[in-house]
Ligand binder design. Structure first.
Ligand SMILES: Nc1ncnc2c1ncn2[C@@H]1O[C@H](COP(=O)(O)OP(=O)(O)OP(=O)(O)O)[C@@H](O)[C@H]1O
Ligand SMILES: [Mg+2]
Length: 420
């Protein structure tokens, strides 16, 4: 969240007060620095108090007695900062680690060299430059813990006299991991989406040019090409529809849908809709249903898309098995009962290395096969997002050569106006 400029200014004054006061500890008794530190701490404390007691109002001149600055020790000030801060002396030994920095580097302790724990060459070089009298530097580095993190250290010198070397340095650290991951995802997404659009577009342009040139008077070729061009244009339009619905679902991810939906009816309706596709591919669709209507809270259109994607995939990719079983049943769960929609095919199945990635956008186990069947690799990403929005679960199980089972579990609710 963005900080207001007042908040940033307050933070800077607090930090500056703390740092200048700590120069005294580093340098061993430089009283001017202490005086400046305390001097900066008092207005900082005053600002802090004014914010708490009279939001948005000025302190009347001389009206409030300044509170004692004695409680604002440098360690207290640093502890109040939300960002990780580490102070080191001129030898690189740690003088103070605030709680945010300790959360990031649990092994970092006072009175031991920082280089024992933080080994990133970029940071160590930066510290050396700063302690030798250089200006503040920024250093990006990676930490290989349980998860790999991308961090950035801002290293600034602690100078008490302009003509002397710094007494130490302050490291302010930012965690860039999430920002970098989102950046990567965005770049990948744009690259994938444009690649998927470019292929049909290139083919359309090619056919248009052929029709304007060599095939200008060839009526047969024109008819053939127009069919292909229509398919390519439809493919692009489907891709755009999928991308739009994905972003719509993502935008509303935290809003619970609130219609009451009877799952059996919805699944039956979708199976009837997909019957022509199944017939075209020589696949038999079989539906098994619980004897009573099963209700969930949800958005009907979105749940229809879930069933459509799963049954369509089973028909497309499990074609060889010639049969697709769909069932709507109840299942016991730790928190109450669930409605489980299961779609099972008897096709080639999915190899284990692909299973965890099937719900990623544009991920396809066999890209050529999916493209040939008109797929864009967005179907299961949409399914996962819709299921998450409905506080449900998607489980995928498969054995190569024996087919695949896609199961969606949603919290069951009582029927409207009665019991089942
Ligand atoms: N029942 C299945 N059997 C085998 N592989 C499957 C099955 N369902 C999905 N897959 C694999 O998962 C990939 C991703 O499926 P998804 O539904 O996300 O995309 P798609 O079907 O290729 O395209 P779209 O759904 O956007 O038309 C498919 O390309 C296919 O490789
Ligand atoms: Mg699909």
């Amino acid at each position: 969240m963005a900080l207001s400029s007042r908040a940033i200014a307050l933070r800077s004054v607090l930090l500056a007060g703390a740092i200048v006061a700590l120069v005294e500890i580093v340098g061993g008794g430089f009283s001017l620095a202490t005086a400046i530190g305390a001097g900066l701490s008092v207005p900082a404390a005053l600002l802090l108090f004014r914010d708490r007691r009279m939001p948005g109002r000025q302190v009347p001149v001389g009206g409030v007695k300044p509170p004692s600055a004695s409680f604002v020790s440098p360690a207290v000030l640093l502890a109040a900062l939300p960002d990780p801060v580490v102070l080191i002396d001129r030898r690189g030994v740690v003088l103070n680690v605030n709680p945010a920095a300790r959360a990031l580097f649990p092994l970092l302790v006072e009175a031991r060299p920082l280089a024992f724990i933080v080994r990133a060459p970029a940071v160590l070089d930066g510290i050396e430059t700063v302690l030798r009298g250089g200006e503040a530097v920024q250093a990006e580095f990676r930490e290989h813990g349980v998860v790999e993190r991308t961090l950035e250290a801002h290293i600034a010198p602690l100078v008490s006299r302009a003509d002397a070397l710094p007494e130490g340095a302050v490291l302010m650290i930012r965690d860039l991991t999430t920002a970098r991951r989102l950046e990567h995802m965005r770049v990948d997404f744009v690259a994938n989406a444009s690649h998927e659009l470019r292929t049909p577009l290139a083919s359309l342009i090619g056919f248009i040019e052929t029709l304007q040139g060599p095939a200008r008077n060839d009526a047969n070729a024109r008819e053939r090409f127009l069919v292909i061009m229509r398919d390519q244009a439809r493919r692009m339009s489907r891709l755009i529809d999928d991308l739009l619905s994905l972003s719509r679902i993502e935008m509303s991810l935290h809003m619970l849908p609130d219609d009451t939906v009877e799952v059996g009816l919805l699944v039956r309706h979708m199976i009837e809709t997909l019957a022509p596709l199944a017939q075209e591919r020589g696949v038999t669709l079989a539906l098994e249903q619980a004897p009573v209507p099963l209700f969930v809270t949800g958005a009907r259109d979105e749940l229809l898309r879930v069933v459509e994607n799963l049954v369509e995939n089973a028909i497309k990719y499990g074609q060889k098995g010639r049969r697709v079983d769909v069932s709507v049943m109840t299942a016991r769960a730790s928190a109450g009962e669930e409605v489980a929609i299961e779609v099972r095919d008897y096709g080639p199945g999915v190899a284990p290395e692909h299973l965890p990635r099937l719900t990623e956008r544009f991920y396809r186990a066999d890209v050529a096969d999916s493209r040939e069947k008109g797929g864009t690799g967005l179907g299961l990403a949409i399914v996962k997002h819709i299921v998450n929005r409905h506080r449900g679960r998607l489980d995928i199980a498969s054995k190569v050569g024996e087919g695949a089972t896609f199961k969606v579990s949603l919290p069951r609710i009582a029927p409207p106006g009665g019991t089942a």
